[in-house]
Design a protein around this ligand. Structure first.
Ligand SMILES: C[S@@+](CC[C@H](N)C(=O)[O-])C[C@H]1O[C@@H](n2cnc3c(N)ncnc32)[C@H](O)[C@@H]1O
Length: 243
């Protein structure tokens, strides 16, 4: 009888999602580029276009993974003075630290192990808080949004990049076909962890997006909440200000 790989036998508790990223960290960047056909790179650049019009920005990037958001922001804008990447997965952080050193950014960018639901930082200590493909993984979304609001300075901005679903029916069907059938197979094959890439499509299909997510942001006291749809609505950037 065929043996079921261990990663497929048990669904990790939602509190332990970051452990799954420890397991796939060595293939994370490669799979991001491959499975999104490099759209992830373009999406992070769009995030950089939405930085507030202030100088000397201090940025906190939650669920930073291997640090791509901070590297993109620093490359896009000299106004980003420094950044802290925070994540629960030590292995993702380790790879990110190497990337900061290799790109000569280690003096401006640092990595810290920490939880988006309990941010170990003083209130009003950052100009910008970002989280890209991370909020969907956090157990208590309201708590994380509340924490983002707490650590932002007045006048500061939150930028949240997350998967969503296309509105146009044909696009949506084609995307779901790829997302449900092709992506988990390629992801599983290359990362050796098929659960992780089934988890991806299952969580994207059940996570609130569009107006539903914007409402959660308003409930967390963010003002001027707006949305930018990317690539037919496959991803969305949510923006909100602390006033
Ligand atoms: C899909 S990756 C996103 C990485 C990166 N932001 C990017 O754009 O590629 C999600 C990350 O969320 C992290 N994560 C999950 N739960 C977390 C939490 N409660 N606090 C901080 N990070 C968390 C995981 O460890 C993982 O690195």
């Amino acid at each position: 009888m065929a043996t079921i790989p261990k990663s497929e036998q048990t669904v990790p508790a939602r509190t332990d999602v970051w452990r799954m990223f420890d397991r796939i960290a060595h293939r994370y960047d490669l799979l991001n580029r491959l499975l999104s056909m490099r759209q992830d790179v373009a999406w992070r650049k769009r995030l950089a276009n939405l930085l507030p019009e202030r100088d000397d920005l201090r940025v906190l990037d939650l669920a930073t993974g291997t640090g791509d958001v901070l590297l993109t922001l620093r490359a896009a804008s000299p106004r980003v003075r420094s950044g802290v990447g925070m994540d629960m997965s030590g292995k993702m952080l380790y790879i990110g630290k190497d990337k900061f050193e290799d790109s000569g950014q280690a003096s401006a960018l640092q990595m810290v192990r920490g939880d988006a639901m309990r941010i170990a930082a003083a209130k009003e200590s950052f100009d910008v808080v970002t989280i890209s493909f991370g909020i969907r993984n956090v157990l208590d979304v309201d708590a994380a949004l509340g924490e983002m609001h707490r650590v932002l300075k007045p006048g500061g901005r939150v930028l949240i990049l997350e998967f969503s679903l296309p509105k146009i029916a044909l696009m949506r069907s084609a995307y779901l076909l790829y997302f449900r059938n092709v992506l988990p197979r390629i992801g599983g094959l290359i990362s050796g962890d098929s659960y992780a890439y089934r988890y991806l499509n299952q969580t994207v299909e059940t996570f609130p997006y569009g107006e539903a997510f914007a409402t959660l942001m308003r409930n967390a006291n963010f003002a001027n909440v707006s949305m930018t749809q990317l690539t037919f609505g496959i991803a969305t950037i949510y923006q909100g200000d602390k006033i």
